[in-house]
Design a protein around this ligand. Structure first.
Ligand code: GLN
Length: 446
């Protein structure tokens, strides 16, 4: 009730939630109270959270912040929604996001922009901007997000949160509306690394319904949070401190790195020589995958359908013209072009080769270091409207996060202080399945 009251009071300004699930939340909370009274409660039992509106929730609108799915009531739960409910958590509602998770500012939502609780003239980052703003404004203690190129870590950075993109395949994608399937991963958005560890524990694990889900033992993420950092080697990529990084962020990140040295870690300058190719590579692969994933929105099976279609072509054309926003259309056009006959080798195959080189950079670096650290985003939160008409500048917001998705490895953004009252994020990048190591470093820092 505390969180529902805060949502009532502040959501009209922040716009973090698309759907508030008041009745369901109270019913789930009462059930959790009963389990507590019987001494049967687990650690997350009764704790509220919010789900990004990209996760299917049975009987509840799941819009992906698109007009296309404004009327879509999901007929089943995403695996992570199910797992989190089984852990006893209470769902407060569904959070705002960039349309189909395409964006870095939460301004492409059909439901309007989200405001950053630290400065309501600014964006919260994106695409999981509603999930970030909800936690930052105290409208939920934790939330879920998805990260295809930075969409958990960048809004976490801009809203002073801890945001984790797990290793590809650790968390099930079943019931998570697809954007770019080889890059999409779900993860927790919380205030602290400790909360992140608890929520990841509930989310991670093999799922036979997701063919890219991996069978592995899941460690106890909380057990190693306090381990010493003595002797750890932290790699600092020189490419992350070059052109494009604002001076204030560079200073804050260097201060944070010094803190790790005090804890007994050593810093080592490294190079990720293909870093400059990550944005061009991503903007071929992600739109290509998006163009095929979004072909299912045809006005036939579900979602928006235009009025009085004259024939099948008219049905498809007007449904998609009306249902998708500009950024989504831009991605579909780029992706269709990159995959078209005669261009496939020049764009898509070339991008896949560059992706392999980017992965190789990390493999080489991790021969010498345990963790890689640097900024999460090149700038603090920017003004609403400032970059929305300049897609290329917007795309650069993800210059430090995208390579991590292309390589499939885990990345964590943690608060590293404020610049002029705006939060700055420090990014920690790990080897495949080294989430526990990242959370440990983050916890020692916090
Ligand atoms: N900002 C990037 C994009 O627009 C990443 C989005 C994401 O991670 N979902 O594609």
């Amino acid at each position: 009730r505390h969180f529902l009251a805060r949502i009532n009071e502040h959501n009209p300004t922040v716009n973090a939630y698309i759907t508030v699930m008041e009745e369901q939340a109270i019913a789930q909370a009462k059930a959790a109270d009963a389990r507590r009274a019987n001494g049967k409660a687990s650690v997350l039992d009764g704790i509220p959270l919010a789900h990004k509106d990209i996760f299917c929730t049975e009987g509840v609108r799941t819009s992906c912040a698109s007009k296309m799915l404004d009327n879509f009531i999901a007929p089943y739960n995403a695996t992570i929604v199910e797992k989190i409910a089984t852990a006893g958590m209470v769902t407060l509602g569904k959070t705002n996001m960039d349309e189909f998770a395409m964006g870095s500012s939460n301004e492409t939502s059909w439901y309007g922009p989200v405001r950053n609780p630290w400065n309501t003239d600014c964006v919260p980052g994106g695409s999981s901007g509603g999930s970030a703003a909800a936690v930052a404004a105290g409208l939920a203690p934790a939330s879920t997000g998805t990260d295809t190129g930075g969409s958990i870590r960048q809004p976490a950075a801009l809203c002073n949160l801890t945001g984790l993109k797990p290793t590809y395949g650790l968390v099930s994608r079943y019931g998570m509306i697809a954007f770019a399937s080889s890059l999409d991963q779900a993860g927790p958005m919380t205030r602290t690394a400790e909360d992140s560890a608890l929520l990841l524990q509930a989310m991670a694990g093999f799922d036979e319904k997701d063919s890219t889900s991996l069978k592995r033992d899941i460690p106890d993420y909380n057990a190693t949070l306090n381990d010493s950092l003595e002797g750890k080697v932290i790699g600092v990529p020189k490419e992350f401190f070059a052109e494009g990084l604002s001076d204030e962020i560079a200073t804050k990140v260097r201060d944070a790195l010094a803190e790790f040295e005090k804890q007994g870690a050593t810093l080592k300058e490294i190079s990720l020589p293909h870093s400059h190719l990550s944005i061009p590579c991503y903007y071929v692969i992600a739109p290509a995958e998006a163009s095929t994933n979004l072909s299912r929105y045809d006005g036939v099976r579900y979602g928006h359908r235009c009025e009085n279609p004259q024939d099948l072509a008219d049905l498809y054309t007007r449904t998609r013209e009306e249902g998708f926003g500009d950024e989504v259309k831009r991605r579909i056009l780029v992706g269709t072009y990159a995959l078209s006959a005669g261009f496939y080798d020049a764009y898509y195959r070339k991008a896949q080769r560059i992706r392999r080189l980017i992965k190789q950079d990390f493999i080489e670096a991790f021969k010498e270091v345990d963790i890689i650290a640097g900024p999460t985003s090149p700038n603090p939160a920017f003004g609403i409207g400032e970059k929305v008409n300049d897609p290329l500048t917007m795309y650069l917001e993800d210059m430090y996060t995208i390579a991590v998705n292309l390589a499939g490895i885990p990345g964590l953004s943690i608060p590293a202080g404020l610049v002029d009252g705006k939060p700055v994020g420090l990014q920690l990048i790990g080897k495949d399945f080294c989430e526990a190591e990242l959370l440990n470093a983050a916890h020692r820092f916090q």
